[in-house]
Design a protein around this ligand. Structure first.
Ligand code: ADP
Ligand code: MG
Length: 401
C-alpha cells in the first residue's frame, strides 16, 4: 500500500493512476485533482450507533479514489469503474427525488453539501470518475468511502472549508435522505477521521471523536478480515427489526436511548421486558461497556489484551442480538481455534465479514483453517485478507485542482 499524508502530499497510488486514466477516457480531458477515502472496519461496538452509544472503527488500507475536474457550466457527470453508465444531471435538478442507483451516493453528497452551507445556485458543475478497491457489500463501507471521497473533493473544489466532523454529517445525510438507508454516523467518521495504526473512538451522541493508537504492528498482530461473501435475505428487515426493539426497550425503560442504561439497570430491564426485547437491550448495554473497556484496555495493556472483549462481543451478537449467521460463527470459531487471539462478526450482521485478531505468524494457518471449514460445510468460498489501520480521507498527491 502507498504511504500518504493527510495534507495531500502523499505519493500517487496505483488506484489514483487508474482513476486518472478512467477520467481521461470518459471525459476526454485530465482530472485536475485526486482525492481518496478509505473503507472501514468496526473493531467493536455493533448496533450501538443508533442507540446513541459508542463505536470503535478504524479506517483501512482499501480506498475509493475520485478524479475530478470542475466545469464552466452547471452540468454534473459521474462515472465509476463499477458501473457501465455515466450519469448526467444539472445542479438545478439536484434534489433527492431525482437521484437513484449508485449515483445517488456521489450526487447525494453534492446535494447534502447544499444543506450544510454550499450555495448550490452558484457553484460550478463538475465531472468525476470513481475507482475503488473497497469491496462492495462486504461490510467495509464502500458507501462511506465513496461519500467521504466526494465530500472532501467538493469541499476543496467549491472552497467550502467544512471541517471533517461536518463532512461526516454530510455523508450521513446523503445516505439517509438520498439513498434512503437509515445508517448512523460511524462509517463516515471512520473514513474521515481515521489515522494509521489507530482506531476512532466515537461517542455517537455527542459526536466527540478520539483517535486511539492500536499498536498492532509492534505487538506482532494482524487484523484479518474474513468476508463470508454471503448476505442473507433478512439483512434489511433484520436491521429495521433490531432498531425497533431497541426503541421499544428504551421507551419501556423510560430513557431517551439505550445508551442511558448501565449494566446495573439490566436486572430491572429483565423484570420489565419480554425475553426477546430484554436480550436485544442486554446486547446494546453490554456492547457499549465492551467498547469502553476496549479503549481502556488498549490504553493500559495494549492490543494483545483485547481478545476476550472481541470474543464476548461475538457471543452477544450471536445469542442476544441474534444477527450472526452460520458462516460468521464458523469463521469466528475456526479462526480462534487456529490461533486468532480474538474474533467477532463485524458490521450489521446476517452475513458480511468477521474480523480475527491474529498473530502474524498464525495468519496462514488461520486462513487455511477457515477455507477448509467453509469447504467442508459447502459454504461459498470466503475472501480472506489482512487490513491495516490507515489515514482518513485526503487529497492525493500529484495533481492539484
Ligand atoms: P457497503 O457495506 O459496501 O457500504 P452498501 O450497500 O452500504 O454496502 O453500499 C454499496 C453501494 O454503494 C453500491 O451498491 C453502490 O451503489 C455504491 N458504491 C460503493 N462503491 C462504489 C463505487 N466505487 N462506484 C459506484 N458506486 C459505489
Ligand atoms: Mg454502506
Amino acid at each position: 500500500m502507498t504511504a500518504r499524508n493527510t495534507d495531500g502530499a502523499g505519493v500517487v497510488s496505483a488506484l489514483d493512476r487508474t482513476a486518472q486514466v478512467g477520467f481521461q477516457s470518459h471525459f476526454h480531458r485530465s482530472a485536475t485533482g485526486l482525492w481518496s477515502a478509505p473503507g472501514r472496519v468496526n473493531l467493536i461496538g455493533e448496533h450501538t450507533d443508533y442507540n446513541d452509544g459508542f463505536v470503535l472503527p478504524l479506517a483501512i488500507d482499501r480506498r475509493t479514489v475520485v478524479a475530478l475536474a470542475s466545469r464552466t457550466d452547471r452540468v454534473v457527470r459521474v462515472a465509476s469503474s463499477f458501473a457501465a453508465e455515466t450519469v448526467e444531471v444539472s445542479l438545478d435538478e439536484l434534489v433527492p427525488e431525482n437521484l437513484v442507483g449508485w449515483s445517488a451516493y456521489p450526487l447525494g453528497v453534492a446535494w447534502a453539501l447544499g444543506q450544510f452551507g454550499a450555495d448550490l445556485a452558484v457553484v460550478p458543475g463538475f465531472e468525476v470518475y470513481i475507482d475503488s478497491d473497497v469491496p462492495v457489500g462486504a461490510g467495509l463501507s464502500s458507501s462511506a468511502a465513496l461519500e467521504s471521497a466526494v465530500a472532501v473533493a467538493l469541499n476543496d473544489v467549491w472552497g467550502l472549508d467544512l471541517d471533517r466532523a461536518t463532512l461526516a454529517r454530510v455523508g450521513q445525510l446523503a445516505e439517509n435522505r438520498v439513498v434512503g438507508a437509515p445508517t448512523g454516523i460511524m462509517d463516515q467518521s471512520a473514513s474521515l477521521l481515521g489515522q494509521a495504526d489507530a482506531a476512532v473512538f466515537l461517542d455517537c451522541r455527542s459526536l466527540a471523536a478520539e483517535v486511539i493508537p492500536l499498536g498492532l504492528h509492534p505487538a506482532g498482530l494482524e487484523l484479518l478480515i474474513i468476508d463470508t461473501r454471503v448476505s442473507h435475505s433478512h439483512a434489511t428487515g433484520g436491521y429495521a427489526a433490531r432498531r425497533k426493539s431497541c426503541e421499544a426497550g428504551a421507551r419501556a425503560l423510560g430513557v431517551p436511548a439505550l445508551r442511558d442504561l448501565s449494566l446495573d439497570d439490566l436486572t430491572r430491564a429483565q423484570a420489565m421486558l419480554d425475553d426477546e426485547t430484554f436480550r436485544r437491550v442486554r446486547h446494546i448495554v453490554t456492547e457499549n461497556q465492551r467498547v469502553l473497556d476496549t479503549v481502556q484496555t488498549l490504553r493500559s495493556s495494549g492490543c494483545t489484551a483485547i481478545g476476550p472483549l472481541l470474543d464476548a462481543s461475538h457471543r452477544s451478537m450471536r445469542d442476544d442480538f441474534e444477527i450472526s449467521a452460520p458462516e460468521l460463527d464458523v469463521a469466528v470459531d475456526t479462526a480462534r481455534r487456529a490461533g486468532a487471539i480474538g474474533a467477532r462478526m463485524t458490521g450489521g450482521g446476517f452475513g458480511g465479514a468477521a474480523i480475527a485478531l491474529t498473530p502474524t505468524d498464525r495468519v496462514p494457518a488461520v486462513k487455511a483453517a477457515v477455507m477448509a471449514a467453509f469447504a467442508e460445510r459447502g459454504f461459498a468460498t470466503p475472501d480472506l485478507f489482512v487490513v491495516h489501520a490507515a489515514d482518513g480521507a485526503a487529497r492525493d498527491g500529484g495533481v492539484r485542482p
